[in-house]
Every structure is written in structure tokens, then in C-alpha cells.
Design a protein around this ligand. Structure first.
Ligand SMILES: N[C@@H](CCC[C@H](N)C(=O)O)C(=O)O
Length: 279
């Protein structure tokens, strides 16, 4: 099976062209191929597929390293957009991609002939407690909600970008014990579908620093949907303006929650190498 290794800000993926490869048992393959010691090593397995609906050009499926299938991945969809263009699967620079979170639209930004960045229309954030989902509350917006972790009370804001995100504002993102508290929130019984967890330090009204514990993956260097959720949470908490530079361990994303209620994410996508999987 041929594959391409790509990353968006160090959030890395194995991409497989489903137009050419016939792959079975995707959950098992994701666990094997994402393994950093016994596999290629990645934060996710991404499949490039034909869409079954007329409104979309392609379909993306993504699998976490634990084999679970999330609804969406922001860093992967930038890689997806660059891949389908550079591998001549399309000549469009604005590509409609069917995902479990709906149709997401990456737009390629060129510097000469090179794809320099990808701007993605990530759609509308979903804020109702049922859409996250989070139990124990029935509200249009879940802002400054209390969550008990081992007897300690955390103040959380939740946002769905198709996939669930739980945001916690902290004083110092670098010092925060992400790997200790992240999994306790991910698996908290109030999140029946589990959740991604973001720890945010507000730098000023136009910049935040964010570290992430990803559902099904653990600590990663960046999370696109998490950066979108964090921006929306910062705005809901009246901590930032509607356009924010998000500083992640792997680099920066520009996120805007626009007047049309759509969230736009702009950032890079890079190819690392191509390979052949023989297992
Ligand atoms: N890294 C991603 C999110 C991948 C999916 C996530 N782990 C989940 O289970 O929802 C991103 O860049 O958005």
C-alpha cells in the first residue's frame, strides 16, 4: 500500500489514496500504522475517497491512533487539500470535502506555483450542550460550566467543531500538566463521546497560546479543530476579538469566527515523505 506522510504544524498523518488502494479493517490499520515504534508513526490515518454526495468533490475519513474514527480533523484537512491538488486528483483550488462533520472547504493559497498555506471554511461551531455532547446541563451555550476532577473544580467552555472540544483557561499553558489532567477530562463521564481537551492561556485580545490533549491520540503538537474551538471559547468568554493568532507547540494558526458564523482556519500543510506499507 502506497502512502504519503504529511503534517500540519507537527500534527502528523499517514494519507492513503483510496482511489488506488483497497483497504480493509481501517481501525486495526490505524493502530498499526500510527504506532511510533512498530509503525510509520502518526497522529492519524487519513483516507482520500470519492464522495457519495453530489455537493462534494471528495470524502475524507480519519482515524485516531487508538483506531477510533473522529468526525473531523482541522490539520488533516489542510493536508488533504494540498494532497489532492498536488497529486492531480483535482485542479480546483477550493475543494468541497465530505466529512462526518459535514462539508468542509479547504482553499489553497499559492506563492507562485507552490501551495503556501490552506485557508479552510470549517463551518459553524455548534454550542448547544446536546451537540457537544455534555451531560448534566441543558443549555444553548456551555460557558464557565463547573467540572469536578478528583475533587478539584475546573471551569470549562465546550464547543463542537463537528468533534467535541472542552476548553480550560489557565494562567500558564507551558507549565500546565496537560498529560495528567487531559485524559481525566477526555474520559470524564459527562462526555459520553469523550472529548478533546484544550488548555488556553490568553496572551492578549488577538493572541492565545494553546496546548492540547486529543481524544484517541493524547498530547499532540497542534490541533486545528481545537484551535477553532479555543478561539470560539475565548470569544464567548469575552477574552479576545473575533480573529486570533493561536500559538501551538508546532507553530501558529490564524483563526477567525466571522460574521456569517463560520470559522475560518489558515495554516500550513507539508509533505514529509512517501512510502510503501508492506505488512
Ligand atoms: N488533530 C485534529 C483532530 C483529530 C481528531 C481528534 N483526535 C478527535 O478525536 O476528535 C485536528 O487538527 O483537528
Amino acid at each position: 500500500m502506497n502512502f504519503t506522510k504529511m503534517h500540519g504544524l507537527g500534527n502528523d498523518f499517514v494519507l492513503v489514496n483510496g482511489f488506488e488502494e483497497d483497504i480493509n479493517d481501517l481501525n486495526e490499520l490505524a493502530q498499526q500504522i500510527c504506532d511510533r515504534h512498530f509503525g510509520v508513526g502518526a497522529d492519524g490515518l487519513v483516507l482520500i475517497l470519492p464522495s457519495e454526495i453530489e455537493e462534494a468533490d471528495f470524502r475524507m475519513r480519519i482515524f485516531n491512533p487508538d483506531g477510533s474514527e473522529p468526525e473531523m480533523c482541522g490539520n488533516a484537512i489542510r493536508c488533504f487539500g494540498k494532497y489532492v491538488y498536488e497529486n492531480s486528483l483535482t485542479d480546483k483550488n477550493k475543494i468541497k470535502v465530505e466529512t462526518l462533520a459535514g462539508i468542509i472547504i479547504p482553499e489553497l493559497i499559492f506563492e507562485g506555483d507552490e501551495v503556501e498555506a490552506v485557508k479552510v471554511d470549517m463551518g459553524e461551531p455548534r454550542l448547544h450542550s446536546d451537540d457537544i455532547p455534555i451531560t448534566g446541563v441543558d443549555k444553548d451555550k456551555v460557558v464557565k460550566e463547573k467540572l469536578d476532577i478528583d475533587g478539584e473544580e475546573y471551569e470549562i467552555t465546550t464547543v463542537s467543531m463537528g468533534n467535541p472540544h472542552c476548553m480550560v483557561f489557565v494562567d500558564d499553558a507551558d507549565e500546565f500538566p496537560v498529560a495528567e489532567i487531559g485524559p481525566k477530562i477526555e474520559e470524564h463521564p459527562r462526555f459520553p463521546a469523550k472529548t478533546n481537551v484544550e488548555f488556553i492561556e490568553v496572551v492578549n485580545s488577538a493572541e492565545i497560546k494553546m496546548r492540547v490533549w486529543e481524544r484517541g491520540a493524547g498530547v499532540t503538537l497542534a490541533c486545528g479543530t481545537g484551535a477553532c474551538g479555543s478561539t470560539v471559547a475565548s470569544i464567548l468568554n469575552e477574552l479576545t476579538d473575533n480573529k486570533v493568532e493561536v500559538h501551538l507547540l508546532g507553530g501558529d494558526l490564524t483563526i477567525e469566527w466571522a460574521k456569517n458564523n463560520h470559522v475560518y482556519m489558515t495554516g500550513p500543510a507539508e509533505e514529509v515523505f512517501i512510502g510503501e506499507w508492506r505488512k
